[in-house]
Design a protein around this ligand. Structure first.
Ligand SMILES: Cc1ncc(C[n+]2csc(CCOP(=O)(O)OP(=O)(O)O)c2C)c(N)n1
Length: 304
């Protein structure tokens, strides 16, 4: 464990050119910065509506290589995965086997609206990288709940006293069940880990799925200087473990979390402020249970 400290050759190139048009403190442009640094510019990004398209599409283009725009294909919200797969096939037919096609989709477009296409393309093991930047809600339309929103969280459609009553959908297990060659989680507080995983994904052929937790200032209701801290605490509380799963079974937990109580993570965010001490204990129980299950799966899967 703790492979996040593995040395990574320093990457000087910058492909995200500020100023971006996301909210100050948004985690997503940081994720995009690490993603492109590790991938290089021989990519075509496929971005559906969402905060990603706000920073990445016409008229304001921030993904650039030495003054040139990095190509971005804008798609409907439900079809980024399918469009990315079709684009990759077309490139190969034209003799271009090098350009990496990378879908960058929010959690709403991934867990909910685009899920059918995502599952289809994963099942066919199409040769693309799919990045879900997970801010745990529909950010661009004003912070509605998605199926990635955690239990107990406030959003504009889950307002206390009736906050989100369902658990966050376990997209990691769902994608792993497709038996895809590579799946990894990452977050912006650990950029070396993020870039190492992107590099690893780049060297693999077939469907690669990266789930990147990107804190959202306006949806999670925290002060913008806490973006990296929120990302770090999500890992250290064991809410968002850093892991890799190869071929659906071989699990590596990349960092042993400190096991900080979830309350410390909640303290810096308004979306959990309404929770009672009993509800916080219930959330902690869910996290402890999930961590136990993950450790069990890691040891069971790796023996099999
Ligand atoms: C089928 C469909 N439903 C709803 C919308 C409206 N819409 C545009 S962006 C957006 C939010 C997408 O949320 P998410 O994928 O989580 O990305 P984020 O905005 O958080 O970056 C929605 C609902 C749409 N464009 N298409």
């Amino acid at each position: 464990m703790n492979t996040i400290n593995a040395p990574l050759k320093y990457i000087n190139e910058e492909y995200v050119q500020p100023p971006h048009t996301a909210c100050p403190g948004c985690g997503m442009p940081l994720a995009m910065r690490g993603l492109l640094k590790a991938l290089g510019s021989k990519v075509i990004l496929v971005i559906p509506p969402g905060c990603g398209s706000i920073i990445g599409s016409y008229p304001k283009r921030i993904f650039r290589d030495k003054g040139e725009n990095i190509p971005v294909l804008s798609t409907p919200l439900g079809s980024a995965a399918i469009c990315a797969g079709g684009l990759k096939t077309a490139l190969v037919i034209r003799g271009d086997t090098e350009t990496e096609v990378v879908a960058c989709v929010g959690d709403g477009g991934t867990y909910d609206i685009g899920f059918g296409g995502l599952s289809a393309i994963a099942e066919r093991n199409e040769d693309i990288i799919y990045v879900c930047y997970d801010n745990e809600l529909y950010g661009n339309t004003g912070a509605q709940r998605s199926s990635a929103t955690p239990w107990g969280a406030r959003t504009v459609t889950t307002i206390p006293p009736v906050a989100k009553m369902e658990n966050k959908k376990d997209i990691i297990s769902i994608m792993a069940a497709h038996g895809i060659p590579y799946l990894a989680t990452a977050t912006i507080a650990y950029p070396d880990d993020l870039m190492r995983k992107v590099r690893k994904a780049k060297d693999i052929t077939g469907f690669r799925f990266l789930l990147i937790l990107t804190p959202c200032v306006t949806g999670w209701l925290y002060r913008s200087e806490f973006t990296v801290e929120a990302s770090r605490l999500a890992v250290e509380t064991r809410i968002f473990p850093l892991l890799e799963i190869e071929n659906g079974t071989h699990i590596t937990i990349n960092k042993q979390p400190e096991g900080i109580p979830v309350e410390e993570y909640f303290k810096i965010q308004g979306r959990y402020r309404h929770l009672t001490s009993e509800e916080i204990a219930e959330f902690q129980g869910k996290v402890d249970e999930g961590w136990k299950r993950l450790q069990w799966s890691a040891s069971y899967g790796n023996q099999a």
